[in-house]
Design a protein around this ligand. Structure first.
Ligand code: NDP
Length: 241
């Protein structure tokens, strides 16, 4: 893990940090000594983190969460937009609601957070915005038209933010995990899991900590010249994309 060498602990926000990948990311920042706020709809946070209930689809809830974080930890210096959902089904069966709930959470929610975080970062003249996308955003995935579109959208958003905010030393990057052992993938059948592993050069799923270490690196001093990048953590599944 790359150490945070800045003198003061940073104010870090991890959305969807009560379980899975987000929890591992929150724990990794806590281990580096940062002040970490964690949001989710159902609550829960690792020890030492500020635990906030905030549905990213609710603009007022996002505003309230930022106000609480700013009061407790100061302006957000590192945003990790991780909260995400799936509503998988084949395109002809995909309802308007399947589409809009996934896009509203994964893409519009991330826009809402990045916009609000950028406000404080512009004043600070520094900041790190990290979006958790997915290998399927670039590869495509049958049954995930909504999810893959939302995850691909994060790449265009990060690269636009990188251009818009770069002159103020704010970076915007994407981490694109492959398959990771979490609640989200627990719903897959054993046959599906076997088929996925057969396509991954490393032949296994990622541990949540392996995604977290890419995120803490992007937030570290050592990654200060990295912006608009898509960092795969996918065991080689998406090579070439
Ligand atoms: P989980 O389903 O385990 O966790 C999802 C997290 O997002 C939970 O903390 C959940 O908390 C939160 N969340 C969901 N909807 C909302 C919402 N509307 N507002 C606030 N929080 C919300 O997923 P993972 O840990 O597996 O996934 C985390 C991210 O990584 C997602 O963006 C996912 O798309 C991405 N990803 C996952 C992969 C995998 O294989 N697992 C692969 C590639 C990318 P609560 O339910 O309490 O709101």
């Amino acid at each position: 893990m790359t150490e945070n060498t800045t003198a003061a602990p940073r104010s870090v926000l991890v959305t969807g940090g009560n379980r899975g990948i987000g929890l591992a990311i929150a724990e990794a920042f806590l281990a580096e000594g940062d002040r970490v706020a964690v949001t989710s709809r159902s609550g829960g946070a690792p020890e030492g983190a500020l635990d906030l209930v905030c549905d990213v689809t609710d603009p007022d809830a996002v505003e309230r969460a930022f106000a609480e974080i700013e009061a407790a930890h100061g302006p957000v210096e590192v945003l990790v937009a991780n909260a995400g959902i799936t509503r998988d089904t084949l395109v002809l069966r995909m309802s308007e609601d399947d589409w809009s709930s996934v896009v509203e959470t994964n893409l519009t929610g991330s826009f809402r957070l990045a916009k609000r975080a950028a406000k404080g970062m512009l004043r600070l003249r520094r900041g790190r915005i990290i979006f958790i996308s997915s290998v399927v955003g670039l590869l495509g995935s049958a049954g995930q038209v909504n999810y893959a579109a939302s995850k691909a959208g994060l790449v265009g958003m990060a690269r636009s933010l990188a251009r818009e905010l770069g002159s103020r030393s704010i970076t915007a990057n994407v981490v694109a995990p492959g398959f990771v052992e979490t609640d989200m993938t627990a719903v897959l059948s054993d046959d599906q899991k076997k088929a996925i592993k057969a396509q991954v050069p490393l032949g296994r799923y990622a541990a949540t900590s392996e995604v977290a270490s890419a995120v803490t690196w992007l937030a570290s001093d050592g990654a200060g010249y990295v912006t608009g990048a898509v960092i795969p953590v996918d065991g080689g599944l998406g090579m070439g994309h």
